[in-house]
Ligand binder design. Structure first.
Ligand SMILES: NC(=O)c1ccc[n+]([C@@H]2O[C@H](COP(=O)([O-])OP(=O)(O)OC[C@H]3O[C@@H](n4cnc5c(N)ncnc54)[C@H](OP(=O)(O)O)[C@@H]3O)[C@@H](O)[C@H]2O)c1
Length: 251
């Protein structure tokens, strides 16, 4: 199959392109760095020529509320219109577990807009909802950092390694469209504040994490189970300790 990976130079996209190629497919990385821009439309129609499946793992370069919404709305509109014109048979996108419970957050309003466009486009689709990537723990530290303290919610998380996300995305890409959502998560459910404290300690970072039920997660208040999947998610096999020992994790 010919598969176009939008955001194919990113963390998940670059791993996904390699997995699909190893499985014998013609997988192409598309992003501004390769001359394909879903915001300006540059290179999009040409890149979609003869493509069977599109996977969208792009992300907004800015996490500022308005910029994220504009990115996912404009990118989604341009991409889905170009796919319809090119006769693409399956649109696969990566989003986040709990997205629809997180509308207080500007970032997640962007993801909700992206998913609505996909559902309305009339192209068969699969939306994969992943929990937080272990690789994103540094970003979570930054989001809660106030001086020498990191203030974070004690809500549950079930983070996943990006390698396991890419494998799940490859399987979803090669399977028939589900016209709905698949959930994926890591093997262990832990409290966010406690996990980040372990991460800082292992990274040799002396900052203390304060568990605070009122601390917002990218603008949203969390209930205990806001960020964890419902029953029966696909589970990645890599736990935190294994991921950390394999990574060069530093805050
Ligand atoms: N972080 C998490 O914990 C988490 C959890 C669940 C789901 N997700 C979702 O996972 C997805 C991928 O995340 P990631 O961390 O792999 O992203 P990333 O490493 O930041 O990569 C973003 C990709 O988007 C591309 N891109 C940016 N602007 C573009 C444009 N105008 N047109 C086409 N491509 C563009 C970038 O291309 P260039 O390299 O050319 O700039 C890059 O390839 C996101 O949609 C995110 O919402 C993330």
């Amino acid at each position: 199959m010919k598969i176009l990976v939008i955001g194919g130079t990113g963390l998940i996209g670059s791993k996904l392109v390699k997995i699909l190629a190893r499985r014998g497919h013609d997988a192409i990385a598309a992003s501004p760095a390769t001359g394909v821009n879903t915001i300006t439309g540059e290179g999009l129609a040409e890149a979609l020529d003869g493509v069977d499946v599109v996977v969208d793992v792009a992300n907004s370069p800015s996490f500022e509320d308005r910029a994220v919404l504009e990115f996912f709305e404009t990118s989604g509109r341009n991409l889905l219109a170009a796919e319809a014109a090119a006769g693409v048979r399956h649109h696969v996108a990566l989003s986040v577990v709990g997205t629809h419970r997180l509308a207080e957050s500007g970032y997640f309003r962007g993801k909700i807009a992206q998913e609505k466009l996909i559902e309305a486009a009339g192209i068969p689709y699969t939306i994969v909802h992943s929990t937080q990537f272990f690789e994103f723990l540094g970003g979570i530290v930054q989001s809660g950092a106030v001086g020498q303290e990191v203030r974070l919610s004690p809500a549950y998380v079930q983070p996943i390694a990006s390698d396991d996300v890419a494998l799940a995305m490859a399987d979803a890409t090669l399977a028939p469209p589900v016209n709905g959502i698949i959930e994926i998560a890591g093997p262990e459910r832990v409290r966010l504040a406690a996990l980040v404290q372990r991460y800082l300690l292992k990274s040799g970072d002396g900052r203390k994490v304060m568990a605070d039920g009122q601390a917002r997660y990218f603008g949203a208040l969390l209930e205990d189970d806001t960020l964890v999947p419902g029953p029966g998610p696909r589970l990645g096999e890599t736990g935190f300790e294994t991921w950390f020992s394999r990574s060069n994790a530093r805050t």
